[in-house]
Ligand binder design. Structure first.
Ligand code: NAD
Length: 252
């Protein structure tokens, strides 16, 4: 495949970290599929990439927890841009709730989006990657799964599950030329983080926490995109099953 344009699909590509990853992979020469539940957001990001001269398709209105929609979306991307050889499972939802207050509905929703979604997408794209003898999967987990986080048991459990999925799948797919890695971001300035700040769930402002971070700033979505760009590159072929923290030194 060297020299040919490969297709990358980024879930949750309409906002924050996913947006930065989609735009970075477009800059790096991938045809990008920007998939999001939020149709307008997906379209905005795909249009941004196209304005810069890159091939990009918005796939809006897709809930990653709906297997039938996931399969349909992957088919749509394959028909328009070719097989998905790079998958970035980034879409995620968070919630802050005391453990005893977590309902089945809340627990199941977080698991469905953060863990079932990546499971469905991996099953949908791996056959095409195997056929090509090449693939890159990057799962966006969370540094909270490394450290634990009070009042986020469901979220942290879902992200820890994603780390386990990454490690096991990497071992299974290595012989097929497919790498699987996870980036657990820590404290990245996105709409998700700002929403937590507004609701008082951060235990202080973003600025306050930036001062406590070893590199003395909050993360930028582009920091995560840069690590992702490396992991999906040709030269990262010997990196698989790894947890690549990008967190300003907050977790070591
Ligand atoms: P964000 O809320 O800014 O963006 C998330 C995007 O995912 C949105 O565009 C949203 O519409 C989309 N999305 C949500 N549910 C979806 C669904 N069911 N189907 C399809 N799309 C859906 O969040 P962000 O901060 O950019 O987070 C991106 C990822 O990084 C998430 O998985 C999050 O858990 C993880 N993360 C973020 C931080 C941080 O500090 N911001 C830290 C650790 C992990």
């Amino acid at each position: 495949m060297t020299g040919q344009r490969r297709t990358a699909l980024v879930t949750g590509g309409g906002s924050g970290i996913g947006r930065a990853i989609a735009l970075r992979l477009a800059e790096d020469g991938f045809a990008t599929a920007v998939l999001d539940l939020d149709t307008e957001a997906a379209e905005r990001v795909a249009a941004e990439a196209r304005q810069k001269g890159h091939a990009s398709l918005a796939v809006g209105g897709v809930d990653v927890s709906d297997r039938a929609r996931v399969d349909e979306a992957v088919r749509q991307v394959r028909d328009a841009l070719g097989p998905v050889l790079v998958l970035v499972n980034n879409a995620g939802v968070s919630a802050t709730e005391g453990f005893l207050r977590i309902t089945d509905t809340s627990w199941n929703r977080i698991m469905a989006v953060n863990l079932n979604g990546p499971f469905y997408f991996c099953q949908a794209v791996v056959p095409g990657m195997k056929k090509a003898g090449w693939g890159r999967i990057v799962n966006i987990s969370s540094s909270s799964a490394q450290s634990g986080q009070p009042y986020m048991t469901h979220y942290v459990a879902s992200k820890a599950g994603l780390i386990g999925l990454t490690k096991s799948l990497a071992l299974e797919l290595g012989p097929a030329g497919i790498t699987v890695n996870t980036i657990p971001p820590g404290f990245v300035d996105t709409p998700m983080l700002r929403a937590s700040e507004e609701r008082g769930f951060l235990g202080g402002s973003v600025d306050h926490h930036a001062e406590l971070t070893p590199v003395r700033r909050a993360g930028r979505p582009e920091d995560i995109a840069a690590a992702c760009a490396f992991l999906v590159s040709e030269e990262a072929g010997y990196v698989t099953g790894q947890v690549i923290g990008v967190n300003g030194g907050r977790n070591t």
